[in-house]
Design a protein around this ligand. Sequence first.
Ligand SMILES: [Zn+2]
Ligand SMILES: [Zn+2]
Length: 572
Amino acid sequence: MRTNKRSVIRLLEQIAVYLELKGENHFKIAAYRRAASALEADGRDLSEISRFTDIPNIGKTTASVIEEFVETGRSTLLEQLKDEVPKGLVPLMQIQGLGARKISRLYRELGITDADSLRKACEEGKVERLKGFGKMTQSNILHALDQLSGKPAYTIGRLLPVLLLIEETLSGNRKIETYSRAGSIRRFEERIEELDYVISTFDPKSVAEDILQMNEVVEAVSIRSLKVTAKLKGEAGLRINFRIAKPDLYALTLILSTGPDAHLEKMQQIAGLHGERLTQSGVKILKTGELLRFPSEASFYHHYGLPYIPPEIRADGSEVETYKGTPFVQLDDIKGDLHMHTVWSDGKDSLEDMVNACRKRGYEYIAITDHSKYLKVAGGLSRERLIRQMNEIRRLNEKYPDILILSGIEMDILPDGTLDFDDDVLSGLDFVIASIHSGFGNSRAQIMKRLHSALFNPHVDMIAHPTGRLIGKRQGYDVDLDLLFQWAKETGTILELSGDPARLDLSAARAREAQAAGVKIAINTDAHATAELGNIAFGVGTARKGWIERKNVVNTYTKEQLLDFLKQKHQH
Ligand SMILES: [Zn+2]
Ligand SMILES: [Zn+2]
């Protein structure tokens, strides 16, 4: 039985969570948490540790739990706890703002044992009456429960390989004039429930038959006039719709297939005011029965005196009134990526490979931001290795004068609120990211204390993935975003919009609030390999969905503007 250190740390953390759920005493719980951190902070491999009790903060009891696990791969204590604590409580840990301690109270005080009983208690108003919970918490819980019960989280990132396969086939078909993604993928929704494409061709019948031949990707196809519906192979029956239109109906079909319903209802109302009606075969002038067609989506919106409404912001219909045509940030505007990892920590590619991949993308500048020492499991950099990396970056800057490589770090904000490096180390770096990767169960006050120490440190330039969420998997830590935005504005600290499709953090809605609060944003990839640098497109799509303008995105700045901006922050 080979046990790695990560799994031992996870075991200790799991035991702490179960003890907390069970309502055990505070000291007992803290002992396991402390042991987990102690083990994480100890640089050695499991095989190099002869006696666990020699490590500070690991006591006799904890050591025997670790030893049993290392020897047998099992833990009697954890198994016993799992028997005692209702299984249904564990998934509730994903609900933001709940945490083991509150869940334990729900269990002991209201007899809640799973998501269903929690929902019932919320609906009956029992949760808001508990001390320390309140109306807001109750409504947040209900909202989170809706998300938890959802279908598997298909993200654009996860579906991308399949999309590219489909698009390669469509691009290769000479009968197809043009085609576009539509529906939720075109709107950059976080969760994709169906895939939609619109295809323009003079020969719809024959193109529909060609789609039937794409049997590597799709199955169980049905054709109904101009709509081909299929299921995606191997993706739990995810539906994919191809709508086929003659070129003169393509733009309108694209609008109708992009949706969403509420946006189309609003447009239908506006058409009604003009004595017109949107139909599948054109915009019908009610008086005469004449059908209008449009050469482009823009000409459709202009017909009603509206600016072209970008698909990413089409939503509940209110955008039709509020959008005044402001251009949003575009992929071409991005001049560099300020968050990426190399083999110096947990990246897969060498520093030089990452640099060359970014040169190929035409970037003016990048920041190399490997993990800091606290993240042992990710090979975080010690001070000495960081200095060696800075020398390597200096050498590469000389070798490649066409790109500016900033020496950076993704530094952990530690659970106790201190930062992983001292100011004398940070002051030598060009770009400092601060991140939370641990202690997700912290109270809101503790999370804010940790963020405060990062934002108010003059060397910290950016907070990465500010909420810590993983779409469909983890809600993130309990952060007061309004206060975070206020501090970011006050200190000139950048907040990240991570294009990592598993994160998209800040989300579109939160990024929009950040922009409104006067916060500067950077759209990055957090790439751990050259192949992931392309995720910048997901970041930009999400930013557009959040109405983000180019001027508020620091990595659209020229090299000189960016360096100026960073210099100002450091003088704060
Ligand atoms: Zn990170
Ligand atoms: Zn990172």
